[in-house]
Design a binder for this molecule. Sequence first.
Ligand SMILES: NC(=O)c1ccc[n+]([C@@H]2O[C@H](COP(=O)([O-])OP(=O)(O)OC[C@H]3O[C@@H](n4cnc5c(N)ncnc54)[C@H](O)[C@@H]3O)[C@@H](O)[C@H]2O)c1
Length: 274
Amino acid sequence: MNDPLFSVKNRIVAVTGGLGQLGKQFSAALLGRGARVAILDLNVDNTELPEVFQQYRDNGNLVLIGTDITKRDSLEDALDIVCNTWGEAPHGLINNAALDSPPSAPPEETGPFETFPVDSWDRVMDVNVKGVFQACQVFGAKMAEAGKGSIVNIGSTYGIVSPDHRIYEYKSKNGGKPFYKPVVYSASKSALVNFTKYLAVYWGGTGVRTNLLALGGVFNNQDAEFLSGYCARVPLGRMANEDEYNGTVIYLMSDASSYMTGATIMLDGGWTAW
Ligand SMILES: NC(=O)c1ccc[n+]([C@@H]2O[C@H](COP(=O)([O-])OP(=O)(O)OC[C@H]3O[C@@H](n4cnc5c(N)ncnc54)[C@H](O)[C@@H]3O)[C@@H](O)[C@H]2O)c1
């Protein structure tokens, strides 16, 4: 933790979707190592803050900013708050906020490709692609102006390879409707792969690095049939624990990754290795 190579101390990092399952993990890992974190999320006032965050709010290292990443003016307001709070440009941006279809999603969103609703396509693309694009325009531009920084886009294995729909077949065998992982999630996450490379090149001369983490599924009390199907596809034989991506995030926010840009880092327990 004291190794200067991996230090993130005092670095200002904006985490979109920072109140979600992984956003909380990334934020806590950064705060625990002395970074200053701005959580950008919807409804920050109505969300109960994890206890671990309170001390960082009290010592001024954490701000929560109600932000809708689909709206550029909301991101501009958030950047103003970050710069006014700490008096300098952010060092890092983690584009983590995204929409996926939860188990409770309407059946047409997890039904056949041919009837996937165009409204759902637009809603997910708006957050997962346009939101990331706009966050980079607003925060990334400020970082480029400052001549340094690290952008981490959160992708998914499903943006690199297709979901294996066979692992969801048990749902229809149990009397439910056929379930397909939605096409828009894959399409949106795959868009980030080359968007990341585009920005790595575009801002290469400014000192701003841009990389993508392609994450595998995280354990979140999924049902037993899903777990057995999923884990059988993973060489490591299990889903990720929710804190297992933190090390790579710290690495990318630190100088240890100073020569890495435009990379797609697979963090998937080996899912894409065979
Ligand atoms: N959890 C997994 O198994 C998994 C696997 C692979 C990739 N990922 C990716 O990791 C990231 C985090 O996933 P998670 O499981 O923690 O998700 P989550 O649903 O728990 O959190 C997402 C957060 O984004 C916020 N958000 C949604 N729309 C927003 C908007 N318009 N503006 C601002 N914030 C908005 C939500 O309020 C929420 O707090 C996502 O990009 C996801 O696609 C997750």
